[in-house]
Design a protein around this ligand. Structure first.
Ligand code: HDE
Length: 711
């Protein structure tokens, strides 16, 4: 169980935790003071001239209290403002990577490096909802013995633009429009799609953004990517190109769009809460770090440029090789001090990891330090507890807002003789950072490399690699987003661009948004695919941490509920009994069944699956409750696994009859796909549990046709 209380009852988890402990404070047993340590015995009324008189300026306590409050906000991140984070550790499996890099935290299997990982959305402001259609940030700070290394990635392996100078344009286009600040945390508006139409290099990333990747079920079920091609450097100074991949051990899974929109209202903290709760219950999220390695001699072996961040290296060409395991196992104590004040920077590298000339990465190496200066108020932010390395820090940098250290001595320069030459400069390769030596020459020009010009091939590769249901989701997403664009010519321009990716896709989108479908393929689709790009290939056999709602009212079969709880918990799923009101329900044999929540305080979109146990009275009561019936109907609509036992099956019929499943011609529409039933009370047959679990492990019942089911 993670410790989130304020008092420490355990040994430090790791070197970073030990260091953080020196900064933690605990109000237990203390009395209230001012910031100067002066105790006060009255904090409810300001000092005033008489009972009904004016407040006095000399009330330093009131002034201090209000002044601090007035200054409690710092600028939110200009992008990735909304996020959540956790501590953990990274450990390599073995030392094979030592042939390629001198970075010890990646090559010494005895090292467990402390980390903090922050996940985020990109466009929304700090208070926006979690489940919006957006890219997700996946940033990890490794507090290594050789200094801090930050891997500041996303859950999609490519980016919208090729050169960092376009970033302000891109972000201005996707953010709320400047006249009325509408819409919040959405790309479904004119300026974003105008940008896309004008900037075809964004198309590959836009395909990812319209895919299910943009609505993750959980941060714990997301892949992560370093995006750029980076460079490893080994003990001989030899470089190797590298792409970083994070693979979640629970598989990569998403919400469906209708569900995501509803979850944004039912629980705006959906992803944040999920991460927090999983860690609290000891179900620590885990990812495998993998690398794709390309020898420098193969720099030009691909039909795209390795320096172009709008391209992937298909895994079928260069396999992802496993390196080690990231485990997140502790929640922060204080959101502001830790999650808000953490400062990531792509240029925080350690010996053995270096940059390439990817023009997006080069710009990031400027931007991330620069942005912290305004966000965290000056050049000493690396001394904030969350940002401090565990490696020894000795610089000649002094002064500046918020300096926390008291540097002794008379020298703050090198070389010096007065202070014995300290801090000394030097060390061996592998121990100190030495920039990779690369011969560079060229004219001073503003020009995009010709090798960056193919905007469409990999967008088509992505499209071709999707399963049928994933393709359907992409088409619907384009229709939804472009359907919110007022300028018809922008809609048309985007469709015309899509014709370069795939003419059928362009036509399907055009037909949904009232613009002209393309007359022919602007570019013939090359027909290639990369199976690794489909999320459906990531399904695991586990149902660990999946939330299963058990609907119950008075008269429920108590033994069934108990057996369900046990069977699901045994498989590490999270069963919750939902009742018509909080507290408990009386079972058919008059025992008490604890209700975890009242149905009207939650919604089906917050659960992965639902089961209705038997008990005639319980089912009758549920059938008479709109929330309960809707809960079931909506779960069905969102392709979730549904289970029903004995009389519980009648609630399905009620939900079907409620219009859920009656088509215009009066036929029953609901199929039994993904509906698992058993006729018994008092026990839960093994076959029922096995089938239910295997459907749930598949995440969703995609073979179920829900098109005619009302949303
Ligand atoms: Fe960022 N990005 N970015 N970005 N980015 C920031 O840094 C920027 C890019 C990413 O949890 C900012 O501290 C530029 C790619 C993440 O704190 C800022 C360019 C990728 C986070 C910034 C990019 C990312 C940020 C805002 C184009 C995926 C959140 C606040 C040249 C590989 C980190 C801050 C956290 C945050 C600039 C492009 C990921 C302004 C100029 C590509 C995960 O510095």
């Amino acid at each position: 169980m993670a410790d989130t209380s304020n008092s420490r009852a355990h040994a430090p988890y790791d070197s970073k935790d030990e260091q953080l402990e020196t900064a933690r404070v605990d109000p237990a047993g203390t009395r209230l003071t001012t910031q100067q340590g002066v105790a006060v015995d009255h904090t409810d009324d300001a000092l005033a001239a008489g009972e009904r008189g004016p407040t006095l300026l000399e009330d330093f306590h009131a002034r201090e209290k209000i002044t601090h409050f007035d200054h409690e906000r710092i600028p939110e991140r200009v992008v990735h403002a909304r996020g959540a984070g956790a501590y953990g550790q990274f450990q390599p499996y073995d030392d094979w990577l030592a042939d390629y890099t001198v970075a010890r935290f990646l090559t010494d299997p005895s090292q467990r490096t402390p980390v903090f990982t922050r996940f985020s959305t990109v466009a929304g402001s700090r208070g926006s909802a979690d489940t919006v259609r957006d890219v997700r940030g996946f940033a990890t700070k490794f507090y290594t013995e050789q200094g801090n290394y930050d891997l500041v990635g996303n859950n999609m392996p490519v980016f919208f633009i090729q050169d960092g100078i376009k970033f302000p344009d891109f972000v201005h286009a996707v953010k709320p429009e400047p006249d009325n600040e509408i819409p919040q945390a959405q790309s479904a508006h004119d300026t974003f799609w105008d940008f896309v139409a004008q900037q075809p290099e964004s198309l590959h990333m836009v395909m990812w953004l319209m895919s299910d990747r943009a609505v993750p079920r959980s941060y714990r079920m997301m892949q992560g990517f370093g995006v750029h091609t980076f460079r490893f450097v080994n003990a001989d100074g030899v470089g190797t190109f590298v792409k970083f991949h994070w693979t979640p051990l629970l598989g990569t899974h998403s919400l469906v769009w209708d569900e995501a929109q509803k979850a944004a209202g039912k629980d705006p903290d959906f992803n944040r809460r999920d991460l927090w709760e999983a860690i609290e219950m000891g179900a620590y999220p885990e990812w495998e770090l993998g690398v794709q390695l390309v020898p420098e001699s193969d720099e030009f072996a691909f039909d795209f440029d390795l320096l172009d961040p709008t391209k992937i290296i298909p895994e079928e060409h260069v396999p992802v090789r496993p390196v080690g395991r990231l485990t997140l196992n502790r929640n922060p104590h204080n959101f502001f001090a830790e999650t808000e004040q953490i400062a990531f920077h792509t240029a925080n590298v350690v010996p053995g990891i270096d940059f390439t000339n990817d023009p997006l990465l080069q710009a990031r190496n400027f931007s991330y330090l620069d942005t912290q200066l305004i966000r965290l108020g000056g050049p000493n932010f690396s001394q904030l507890p969350i940002n401090r390395p565990v490696a020894e820090v000795s610089t000649n940098q002094r002064d500046g807002f918020g300096q926390q250290r008291i540097h002794r001595g008379r020298t703050s320069y090198v070389k010096n003789s007065i202070a014995g030459g300290y801090p000394y400069v030097g060390g061996d390769h592998g121990d100190v950072f030495r920039h990779y030596q690369e011969k560079v020459e060229g004219d001073k020009i503003r020009k995009r490399a010709e090798s960056f010009r193919d905007y469409y091939s990999q967008a088509a590769l992505f499209w071709n690699s999707m399963s049928e249901v994933e393709q359907e989701h992409i088409v619907s997403a384009f229709r939804f987003e472009l359907g919110k664009v007022d300028h018809t010519e922008v809609r048309q321009d985007v469709v015309d661009q899509l014709a370069h990716v795939d003419v059928d896709l362009a036509a399907l989108v055009a037909n949904g948004i009232g613009v002209t479908p393309p007359e022919g393929a602007a570019n013939p689709n090359h027909g290639r695919s990369s199976p690794a790009l489909s999320q459906l290939t990531t399904t695991m056999s586990t149902i660990a941490t999946r939330k299963v709602a058990i609907l119950a009212a008075d008269g429920v079969d108590g033994a069934t509920v108990q057996a369900l709880r046990e069977a699901l918990s045994k498989r590490d799923a999270v069963p919750e009994v939902l009742a018509l009101s909080d507290g408990a329900v009386r079972s058919a044999d008059d025992t008490e069944v604890t209700a975890d929540r009242a149905i009207n305080t939650v919604a089906s979109v917050l659960y992965d699956a639902v089961i209705v146990p038997g008990g005639a009275d319980s089912v009758r009561a549920l059938a008479a409750d709109g929330y309960a019936v809707h809960f079931l109907a909506e779960a069905y609509k969102h392709a979730k696994v549904i289970g029903a036992l004995a009389e519980g099956r009648r609630l399905l019929e009620r939900a079907w009859a409620s219009g859920l499943a009656v088509a215009a011609d009066g036929d029953r529409v609901a199929e039994d796909e993904g509906v698992v039933t058993a006729g018994v009370n008092g026990e839960v047959p093994t076959e029922f549990v096995d089938t239910f679990a295997s459907e749930l492990a598949g995440h969703r019942v995609w073979r179920r046709n829900t098109a005619e089911v009302p949303a």
